[in-house]
Design a protein around this ligand. Structure first.
Ligand code: GLA
Length: 427
C-alpha cells in the first residue's frame, strides 16, 4: 500500500516545487483518497470539515525559544520503526555526546500506528511496539530526553496509517497521557481541509491536553504557512521532503542545495518559538561526502533550522559525530536572537550567507557549490560593519582564531564546502 501511494504521488508530481502549492496538495490528496478507498477506511474516518471555526484561546506555550534539536526515524528508517530501534537511538543519543551537544527529542515518525480500538483510541502496532508507547516514552524520559510522535491532519497518514482528522482532541489527550512532548503533524489525505483551520484544531487540542507538547507543522509549505502558522505551531516545514543527496528532485523530494534555495526568501518569517523548518538532517546517511555534510550542517545552522538528526545514532562514524556535535556550529543555530540567515551575495556558484547574532556578533558562511576550490571573502560593509572595525574571527570547523582582522576575511573554500566563521568585534 505504501509503495502504491508513493508511486501515485510520483506519477502525479511532475510540476516541480515552484508550482507545488496546489499541485502537490492535490496529488497528495488524490494519493490519500485512493489509498483510503483501497483500504476501505474512508467511511470510518470521514470527518465533517465544514465547522472548522475553532479559535485558539490559550496562547502558544513557549517550548522552542531556540530551534528544537533531536532525532527522527524517517530519513534513515522510513516505516521500519520499532520499540527496540527507539530505545537503541535513545541510548545512543545519551551516550554519544549528542545529548551533551543539546539534542533532546527522540521522535518516531510515520508507521508506529496500526488501527483504532472500539472507542476510537489510536493503537500502536502491537508487533513492533509490544511494550506500548507509554513504556517507551518512560524509557526515553529516563535518559533525560524528550519523546515525540507523528500523526496527520487527514484520514490517513502518508504511510497509510490512521490519521487524526476528526479525532484531534482524543488523540491529544492520549499523547498527553503517554507522555508525548512533541508532535509532528503531516498533511496527507486531507481532502478539502483548510490548512490553517486543521492545524488550529490540533494546536487547541494539544494546549488543552494538560501537557506541554511542541507542534511541528508539516504541510510542506503548500498553503503559505508563513502567513498563519506562527500563532499555531512551533515550527513549520517550508518545502517538500529532503533526500540524501547534493541536488536534484526525486519524486516529491529534493536534494540538500535545492531545499536551501527554497529558503532564500524565508528569512523574514522565522524567529524564537516559531521556526521555519527546511526538513530534517541527512548527515551520516551516506549519500553525500563529508565536505557536503559539513556544508549541510553549517547551512542548516545558518537557517536557524530545527536540528533533527536523521541518521542511525547507534552507528555513527567519527566524521558524522564530529559534524553533528560541533558545538560552535550548534551555537550559531541556537543563537538567542533567532535571526535566520540571508543570502547576501551570489555570483555563479559562490555565495555568502550571513546572520546577525545576539550582542553584535555575526555568523558568515562562504559557500562554494562549484567543482573547484575557490578563493572567497566577505567585506565588513557587506555585514554593515565599519570598514575600520577590528574583529576576532573564528573558523568554526578548523577552530582557528584570527585576531584583529579589519576590512574583510576570507580564504580558500573547498569544492562543495564552506568556510564558516563567527565574527566578534574586538574591544
Ligand atoms: C511526508 C513527510 C515526511 C515523512 C513522511 C512519512 O512525506 O513530509 O517528513 O513524515 O510523510 O510518511
Amino acid at each position: 500500500m505504501l509503495a502504491f501511494v508513493r508511486r501515485l504521488r510520483t506519477v502525479l508530481q511532475k510540476s516541480g516545487h515552484g508550482a507545488e502549492s496546489r499541485a502537490t496538495s492535490s496529488l497528495r490528496l488524490m494519493a490519500g483518497v485512493v489509498a483510503a478507498a483501497a483500504a476501505g477506511l474512508l467511511a470510518a474516518a470521514a470527518p465533517a470539515f465544514s465547522h472548522e471555526t475553532l479559535k485558539l484561546d490559550a496562547p502558544k506555550p513557549v517550548l522552542a525559544s531556540t530551534p528544537p534539536m533531536g532525532w527522527n526515524s524517517w530519513n534513515k528508517f522510513s516505516c521500519n520503526v520499532s520499540e527496540q530501534l527507539v530505545r537503541q537511538q535513545a541510548d545512543a543519543m545519551a551516550a554519544s555526546g549528542m545529548k551533551e551537544a543539546g539534542y533532546r527529542y527522540i521522535v518516531i515518525d510515520d508507521c508506529w500506528q496500526k488501527s483504532r480500538d472500539a472507542d476510537g483510541n489510536i493503537v500502536a502496532d502491537p508487533e513492533r511496539f509490544p511494550g506500548g508507547i507509554q513504556a517507551l516514552a518512560d524509557y526515553v524520559h529516563s535518559k533525560g530526553l524528550k519523546f515525540g510522535l507523528y500523526s496527520d491532519a487527514g484520514s490517513l497518514t502518508c504511510g497509510g496509517r490512521p490519521g487524526s482528522a476528526g479525532r484531534e482532541f482524543q488523540d491529544a489527550r492520549q499523547y498527553a497521557k503517554w507522555g508525548v512532548d512533541y508532535l509532528k503533524y503531516d498533511w496527507c489525505s486531507t481532502g478539502p481541509r483548510n490548512a490553517e483551520a486543521a492545524y488550529t484544531i490540533m494546536a487547541k487540542a494539544l494546549r488543552e491536553s494538560g501537557r506541554d507538547i511542541v507542534l511541528s507543522i508539516c504541510e510542506w509549505g503548500d498553503n503559505h504557512p508563513e502567513r498563519w502558522a506562527a500563532p499555531i505551531g512551533h515550527l513549520w516545514r517550508t518545502t517538500g521532503d529532503i533526500f540524501d543527496g547534493w541536488k536534484g528532485t526525486k519524486d516529491w523530494s529534493h536534494g540538500m542545495t535545492d531545499i536551501l534555495d527554497f529558503q532564500v526568501e524565508r528569512w523574514r518569517d522565522s524567529g524564537p518559538n516559531a521556526w521555519n523548518d527546511p526538513d530534517m538532517l541527512e548527515v551520516g546517511n551516506g549519500g553525500m561526502t563529508t565536505t557536503e555534510y559539513e556544508s549541510h550542517f553549517s547551512l542548516w545552522a545558518m537557517l536557524a533550522a530545527p536540528l533533527i538528526a536523521g541518521n542511525d545514532l547507534s552507528k555513527m562514524d567519527a566524521d558524522t559525530r564530529r559534524i553533528l556535535t560541533n558545538a560552535d556550529v550548534i551555537a550559531i543555530d541556537q543563537d538567542p536572537l533567532g535571526q535566520q540567515a540571508r543570502r547576501i551575495w551570489k555570483q555563479g556558484e559562490l555565495e555568502i550567507w550571513a546572520r546577525p547574532l545576539k550582542g553584535g556578533e555575526h555568523a558568515v558562511v562562504l559557500f562554494n557549490r562549484s567543482a573547484m576550490p575557490a578563493g572567497m571573502s566577505v567585506d565588513w560593509d557587506q555585514l554593515n560593519l565599519p570598514a575600520g572595525l577590528k574583529a576576532d574571527v573564528k573558523d568554526l570547523w578548523s577552530k582557528k582564531v584570527t585576531r584583529h582582522v579589519h576590512g574583510r576575511f576570507g580564504g580558500t573554500v573547498a569544492s562543495h564546502g564552506v568556510l564558516m566563521v563567527r565574527i566578534t568585534p574586538a574591544l
